[in-house]
Ligand binder design. Sequence first.
Ligand code: ADP
Length: 174
Amino acid sequence: MGAEHDAAGVRIELTRGDIAAQPDIDAVVNAANAQLLPGGGVAGALHRAAGPELAAACRPHAPIRPGECVITEGFALPSQYVIHCLGPVYGIDEPAAGLLADCYRNALLLADRQGLASIAFPAVSAGSFGYPAREAADVALATVITTAPRLASVRRVRFVLFGEESLLVHEQAL
Ligand code: ADP
């Protein structure tokens, strides 16, 4: 299940699963909303698994702008940190591809500045924010591959995809 690829010494892994259940990953990325509130989808799953401390830790950082990322502890999550990213709402926040690339690049550089070795992403913006799945996957993978040479501590980047279709689209993009 899934695929692997090496980019400048950084291993890219594609897998099906739940972003809130990644025990071997230092930081998981939240497909957040601007107010950093629990909500549904990825944000709902992460806040449920982390416990109420996560919402409290988010409050002083809100609101964030599309493309921006902030980091908090992971509390009851198996991962030590959560990096909250605001993806573009497709058809509204422009340029969509540029803002989505900003999310991935900023999250990777933030994890790297923290000295983390591994980070896991969901398909940011590809759910309630309406970004077409294949186009989002192309932007996500291209950005990880072009950012990889700038990373000093991050050695593993995992995409945790929710369904078979999402995994397939990412495999094709890779
Ligand atoms: P956005 O609001 O940025 O579009 P969503 O959370 O609505 O973010 O969805 C982003 C993607 O994550 C979608 O493909 C959705 O199916 C998927 N997803 C939803 N829940 C989870 C989860 N627990 N783990 C991994 N991926 C998830």
